[in-house]
Write a protein that binds this ligand. Structure first.
Ligand SMILES: Cc1cc2nc3c(=O)[nH]c(=O)nc-3n(C[C@H](O)[C@H](O)[C@H](O)COP(=O)(O)OP(=O)(O)OC[C@H]3O[C@@H](n4cnc5c(N)ncnc54)[C@H](O)[C@@H]3O)c2cc1C
Length: 552
């Protein structure tokens, strides 16, 4: 019997599902409905098109409706919105947007991939002319046309998520003075605070102003300018506003059809990507899926999961048995010279869900330090205290970040432990890495902690030290203290003098050792520990302390 498959939404998840379904079944009748003009376009490239980094608009079109139809023999209906699903009679109601004509189409199976829409809160002035959101090619056309025609001098981005930050970079490239306003106390919510602080520092160095912990209360206009009003009574004049507050799953069709919807609005699906109706599948930004680490329901607005789920839903709709095992939310973003990446769970999300975790910070060179242009990267590893299983990682640096995050993402999917990271044999030659790769180093450091070879203290613990019992020792050289300061109240004993100055120390005190990034602190800890002193190492050293201390 010929299967009739309808696919609703023709970009990341929908186009993948359509192509896979055709490869599996040459006889199926497949119709793909897309409300907009384009299928399979590169949403991820839109900020770079606005920034003129991607120069040719056609490069954003991964394929065209005509080319896709020719290759896959799929009935593609652009400018066509599905406006209702009648599950009892297995029919959908369809509207041709160009003519207004409404008609019906029967189905055997449906794959929903309607995506997510930018959040637009009901605040005063939100519909003013100079306020834009970015989801698709027409949105980017509007923003780009405004910049090309009016050469705006200033812009405000509301929301410090990854689309907002990519837009900040591209607006700066276009010569626009840019301000970001974010309600949370940090940019890039998937990161932990102290890691995100490095992102903020870098943006500020590039001239981007960041106002955190500050909600926007409204917008108004004056003399052709837009004024952004905030809850701290700031009134920022600008030529252009980009709203990038987050996205909301497009669930109206599913909700109206009576499909089960999760608490945060995602369409509920099982591991086969099947909704509460066994003939309807759903994928991508619109669905609620399982978090691979916590097992809890989550939603992720990322292209990788949407594409993989599209493939899995097509397999199952065409009679196969494929499973989506959950998401680890691996992401990477370029911000000027910085690469910012994360995978798995953050420390804060695990603590919110009462899942035990330990963390360690390491700073390693992207390749051998003696080969030119090595760059330091910061790695935060999050792992289970009971068995060392890797639960998450965040990396920030200028080179080699993407390959390390992918190794760690693979390790997480393989349920590997920090002890496995010690053993990984990764490619090495001086231009690419070191004989001990940054991933190995992260593994050694976390393993040391679990094996008891080192005892750590963290940047956020410093404020709770007891001055009567706890003594900080700065192990760095004098020139480093002069350059970057020290933690108030610290003794200064450079590491190389520590052995001979042991008589100055007291076995009844608790010593907290620190250096620039944690390595000399570890070496000092080994000396003190073996000489019978109580000591701990400040993980990530003075660098992590200084980036995190805004929060203390
Ligand atoms: C500016 C931007 C940059 C991004 N950058 C990255 C990145 O660098 N990395 C990354 O992993 N992810 C990125 N993303 C996210 C990624 O693009 C999405 O996660 C992915 O596209 C989701 O796929 P989807 O199929 O669920 O939805 P979409 O790709 O959004 O497709 C949904 C489509 O369904 C159509 N539709 C909705 N309802 C109907 C209906 N009733 N009838 C017909 N058609 C309908 C919509 O018009 C839309 O075209 C970015 C997104 C944006 C907007």
């Amino acid at each position: 019997m010929t299967v009739k498959l309808l696919i609703i939404g023709g970009v990341a998840g929908g186009a993948t599902a359509a192509a896979r379904a055709r490869r599996l079944d040459e006889y199926a009748e497949i119709i793909l409905f897309e409300r907009g003009e384009y299928i399979s376009f590169a949403n991820c490239g839109l900020p770079y098109y606005i920034g003129n980094v991607i120069k040719d608009r056609d490069d954003l079109l991964v394929t065209t409706a005509t080319a896709f139809k020719a290759r896959y023999n799929i009935d593609i209906r652009i400018f066509t919105e599905v406006i209702g699903i009648d599950r009892i009679n297995k029919r959908v109601k369809v509207k041709d947007i160009m003519t207004g004509k409404v008609y019906e189409e029967t189905y055997d199976k449906i794959i929903l991939s309607p995506g997510a829409e930018p959040v637009k809160p009901p605040i005063k002035g939100i519909d003013l002319e100079n306020i834009f959101s970015l989801r698709n090619i027409p949105d980017s056309d509007l923003i780009k046309a405004r910049i090309d025609a009016d050469r705006p001098k200033s812009a405000v981005i509301v929301g410090g998520g990854f689309i907002g930050l990519e837009m900040a970079e591209n607006l700066v490239i276009r010569g626009v003075k840019t301000t970001i306003i974010e309600m949370l106390d940090q940019l890039m919510a998937p990161l932990d605070y102290e890691m995100s602080a490095m992102v903020r520092d870098h943006l500020e160095q590039k001239g981007v102003t960041c106002y955190l912990k500050e909600g926007v209360t409204g917008f108004s206009e004056k003399g052709g300018l837009t004024i952004v009003h905030t809850e701290k009574d700031r009134h920022i004049e600008c030529d252009l506003v980009i709203l990038s507050i987050g996205v909301r799953p497009e669930n109206r069709l599913a909700r109206d059809a009576g499909l089960a919807i999760g608490n945060r609005g995602g369409i509920k699906v099982n591991a086969a990507m099947r909704t509460s109706d066994s003939d309807i599948y759903a994928v991508g930004d619109a669905v609620e899926i399982k978090d691979f680490i916590s097992g809890l329901p989550t939603m992720t607005a990322l292209a990788g999961p949407a594409n993989k789920q599209g493939r899995i839903a097509a397999d199952n709709a065409m009679g196969g048995k494929s499973v989506f095992k959950g998401t680890i939310g691996t992401s990477v973003v370029k911000l000027f010279e910085l690469t910012v990446a994360s995978t798995g769970a953050s420390e804060k999300s695990l603590r919110q869900n009462n899942i035990p975790c330990m963390v360690s910070y390491t700073y390693s060179n992207s390749h051998a330090s003696y080969y030119p242009d090595a760059q330091m990267m910061a790695i935060k590893l999050v792992f289970s205290p009971s068995n060392g299983r890797i639960l998450g990682a965040q990396i920030i640096g200028m080179e080699g970040v993407d390959k390390r995050i992918d190794v760690l993402a693979t390790a997480i999917r393989g349920s590997m432990t920090v002890f496995d990271l010690e053993e990984l044999e990764l490619a090495y030659a001086p231009p690419y890495s070191s004989a001990k790769d940054p991933v190995n180093i992260a593994g050694f450091t976390a393993s040391n902690l679990l094996k008891g070879d080192v005892k750590n203290i963290y940047w956020s613990d410093i404020k709770g030290l007891d001055p009567k019992k706890d003594v900080l020792i700065d192990l760095r050289d004098k020139s480093e203290l002069i350059d970057s300061g020290t933690i108030e109240g610290s003794l200064h004993i450079p590491l190389n003098e520590l052995r001979k100055r042991l008589p100055e120390l007291d076995k009844d005190k608790n010593y907290i050792l620190y250096c620039a990034v944690g390595l000399r602190g570890y070496l000092g800890h080994r000396i003190l520990y073996q000489k019978g002193f109580k000591s701990r190492n400040l993980s990530g050293g003075y660098k992590t302390y200084t980036t995190g201390r805004g929060k203390i």
